[in-house]
Design a protein around this ligand. Structure first.
Ligand SMILES: [Zn+2]
Length: 183
């Protein structure tokens, strides 16, 4: 091993370089503008990164590196703060990206709307429905916020479509599974 390889630098330096080499979000592949760094799924602030002064060499950094990811702010917020949301926000976002032709901006609008609605429903202690059909009919009407009601209703319907699709995929999988059990 050469002297160069053994040279130790603070972890914060490696992270700074790492940040500069990342051009696209690790989750949605959007071109990065403002970057959020995460360590094992948790957001690490700029200030916290600056304080990571442990001296490590290149080899240790190569081991450390896979546990770090560069995300766009939007995904950073979603993946790190919305794991336990009223709605399956992450699944919904992926559904919109993969199964629809919506633009990034429109997807963002839907997601933001649904997040807001979820927070509202949680604060009102509205129970989660047992069937996705509830998102598609008027079951939620009594619970929707009094302002922008129609916008929330539209987002809810879209979410209902995603949940219905999810349920069908699961049902299909179960079907196949029982078939292969028989033969
Ligand atoms: Zn992203």
């Amino acid at each position: 091993m050469t002297v160069q390889n053994l040279k130790k630098r603070p972890l914060s330096r490696y992270l700074k370089d790492f940040k500069h080499t990342q051009t696209h979000c690790a989750h949605c592949a959007k071109l990065l503008d403002r970057i959020t760094l995460t360590h094992r799924g948790e957001i690490v602030s700029k200030t916290a990164i600056a304080q990571l002064d442990t001296l490590i060499d290149e080899h240790s950094w190569q081991i450390e590196r896979p546990s770090w990811a560069a995300l766009c702010r939007f995904c950073g917020d979603l993946y790190c703060k919305e794991q336990d949301h009223y709605f399956d926000i992450i699944g919904f976002k992926e559904y919109l990206f993969e199964q629809t032709e919506m633009s990034h901006g429109t997807i963002r609008e839907y997601v933001v709307r649904l997040r807001r609605l979820g927070n509202y429903l949680s604060s009102q202690n509205v129970p989660r429905p047992s069937s996705p059909a509830a998102y598609l009919d008027d079951s939620f009407d009594a619970w929707l916020p009094p302002t922008s009601t129609n916008n929330y209703r539209i987002a809810l319907r879209k979410y209902g479509q995603f949940q219905t699709l999810n349920q069908n995929i699961t049902a299909h999988y179960q079907e196949n599974k029982s078939t292969s059990d028989i033969y």
